[in-house]
Ligand binder design. Structure first.
Ligand code: NAD
Ligand code: ZN
Length: 241
């Protein structure tokens, strides 16, 4: 923890890459790990663009349950700690794989949503974007004014990363000399490649996770094992003394 704090203090450009694990303690289930939702709904089936187009009603029914959880979720101390590090000038950007909007809700400003946002819906026909609140999702399947199918504006398996997010993320990765990798299994491509790219261009890696990942023995410089809320709160404390 001491070493990590020192590294953050002396780095010129620190960024964070976050995954579902940082929102786990806000009550949103991660994909991997033993939790109700994804044991009933295989993400490869329910979060794939192919299945969505084939049977949007089936996918929307599953999304409904996740949507309810997300609407209720509030940022946790880990989200707040990152927002605070940004305010203090220690953290320049967050690239998040999460679609829950909790980094912004905690006050983080420079957030790159690599996988889109569940706070928006997009029409698969005309591309029009709606705010989640504008649409009544209790009537399935929600449709656009043009009658096109509405889909949460998140990247499903089989869809590309939004161009702008990809471009911004690459810029941040190139610029950073330290990357905090928090609560991600680093198994979903291409987000999982970002830490490798950072490392290749000379950045140090601090990883925060409940358990080791395939990055840990390969490229992680400091592994802080534990729940993100606890680890980041302690780290923040070290940065403020
Ligand atoms: P993942 O589910 O593959 O992995 C979660 C990781 O977080 C695991 O390595 C796990 O050990 C770790 N973890 C769990 N609880 C933790 C905690 N309290 N503190 C620290 N670490 C913890 O998640 P991923 O790598 O983000 O990939 C899954 C994909 O699913 C992503 O693309 C993401 O967009 C999407 N997803 C998003 C949300 C969300 O928006 N909150 C939730 C589920 C899935
Ligand atoms: Zn439309």
């Amino acid at each position: 923890m001491e070493q990590a704090a020192r590294l953050i203090r002396f780095s010129k450009y620190t960024i964070a890459l976050t995954g579902a694990g940082i929102s786990a303690e806000s009550g949103i289930p991660t994909f991997r790990g033993h939790q109700g939702l994804w044991e009933r709904y295989d993400p490869m089936e329910y979060a794939s663009i192919g299945s969505f187009i084939e049977d949007p009603e089936k996918v929307w029914k599953a999304l409904y349950e996740l949507d309810e959880i997300m609407q209720k979720a509030r940022p946790n101390p880990a989200h707040f700690a990152l927002a605070e590090l940004e305010k203090m000038g220690y953290l320049k950007a967050i690239i998040t794989q999460n679609v829950d909007g909790l980094h912004q809700a905690a006050g983080s400003k420079n957030v790159i949503e690599f996988h889109g946002s569940a706070k928006r819906l997009i029409c698969l026909n005309c591309g029009r974007v709606y705010q989640r609140e504008e649409i009544d999702t209790s009537v399935l399947v929600p449709r656009c004014k043009c009658n096109g199918l509405l889909k949460p504006d998140v990247v499903f398996f089989g869809e590309p990363i939004p161009e702008k997010a990809m471009e911004l993320a690459n810029q941040e990765v190139d610029a950073c000399d330290l990357m905090l990798v928090i609560g991600t299994s680093a198994e979903v491509v291409p987000a999982s490649i970002l830490p490798w790219e950072a490392k290749r261009s000379g950045a140090k890696i601090i990883e925060v996770n409940l358990s080791p990942t395939n990055l840990t023995d390969e490229i992680t410089d400091i592994f802080l094992q534990g729940p993100a809320t606890k680890v980041l709160t302690s780290l923040l404390k070290k940065m403020t003394v």
